[in-house]
Design a protein around this ligand. Structure first.
Ligand SMILES: [Fe+2]
Ligand SMILES: [Fe+2]
Length: 322
């Protein structure tokens, strides 16, 4: 039996002498100034925009997708990961468990903060709600992972692992927005306040992952390693359908037209490279944990690349994309 005092060290608001953003109740809202930029420019899609206004609206639509994904992450990945902690047959010492429970409050606030900014942007740019839009790619893949898993303990572990995976990368992802001086100051502000909370939460989830990992037997480690790598890939792959939807919202092009534009520019090589950039902090964490002893990360990435290639080929053929 492991001892509570061996639980890995982690950050808290108390030991960092910080206040969570839920207490300051800061709601950065868009200032909506002319020419403000809401999302880093996507160089490979630039030729498809004819005016600066379209480009600005595309950025706004993409930032709205980012905020919408944030809400999904908070409500459907991180909070459920915390609530699953009581169901798994692995003991977590009372204090770290309590600290993780506190993060559920912060996450609910991040979702609320994101919704406020998102609503203001959607209203200002009059971005349409598209009929039949799919849920985010990572949510679809997570649902699939859970659906295919018959073992209830592993089902709960999938939920927790998805929480750990997302928390290892989110503070870094948000910080990239916060330090990007090209972006609107309000975009940078909402990402900064969120990133500051996430530094603490990330350290708590990393500690949780390490503690659980040490409790797993070899068979569970093997199963969990494969869940970890699948979740990491799913969480970090660019979501082409959401890029397509953003082009359509920003330019009024049909989904077919926008798909044509995107599919003519993206290939599996590019998608995997983008995924690897976004997943870097998670992959570093998993390497330290030791999942490489149970699963080949490179082989999993190669497999993903092949299936992406097949999927892109299928979609290109349907639309007659060269
Ligand atoms: Fe958050
Ligand atoms: Fe978080």
């Amino acid at each position: 039996m492991k001892k509570s005092e061996n639980y890995p060290q982690y950050l808290t608001y108390q030991n960092r002498k910080l206040q969570p953003s839920v207490l300051t109740q800061e709601y950065p809202l868009p200032a909506l100034g002319e020419g403000e930029i809401y999302y880093p420019k996507n160089e490979i899609l630039l030729p498809f925009f004819t005016t600066e206004k379209e480009l600005q609206q595309f950025g706004a639509a993409q930032f709205c997708t980012f905020l919408s994904d944030t809400i999904e992450v908070e409500h459907f990945l991180v909070i459920p990961a915390i609530s699953s902690l009581r169901r798994i047959p692995f003991k977590i010492p009372p204090q770290p468990k309590l600290d993780l429970f506190k993060t559920a409050t912060d996450e609910g606030y991040h979702a609320e903060q994101s919704l406020a900014y998102l609503t203001a942007l959607v209203n200002h740019f009059d971005l349409p709600q598209l009929e039949g839009t799919l849920p985010a790619l990572f949510i679809r893949r997570l649902e699939q992972q859970r659906l295919l898993e018959p073992n209830p303990v592993l089902k709960d572990l999938i939920t927790i692992i998805n929480g750990i995976v997302t928390e290892t990368r989110i503070s870094i992802e948000l910080s990239k927005f916060a330090i990007n001086k090209e972006l609107s100051p309000t975009v940078r502000r909402i990402c900064l306040t969120h990133a500051q909370d996430e530094v603490i939460q990330s350290s708590q989830f990393q500690a949780l992952g390490k503690w659980l990992w040490e409790d797993f037997d070899n068979d569970t480690k093997a199963l969990v390693s494969s869940i970890f790598i699948k979740s990491t890939i799913a969480r970090s792959l660019p979501d082409l359908d959401s890029i397509i939807a953003s082009i359509s919202k920003a330019t009024g092009r049909t989904i077919t037209d926008a798909s044509h534009a995107v599919l003519s520019r993206y290939n599996e090589e590019f998608l995997i490279n983008e995924m690897l950039i976004a997943a870097k902090p998670t992959l570093q964490y998993l390497e330290k944990l030791g999942i490489g002893n149970y699963v080949s990360v490179n082989a999993s990435i190669e497999l993903e690349k092949r299936s992406l290639g097949i999927e892109l080929e299928r979609r290109k053929k349907l639309l007659n994309v060269a």
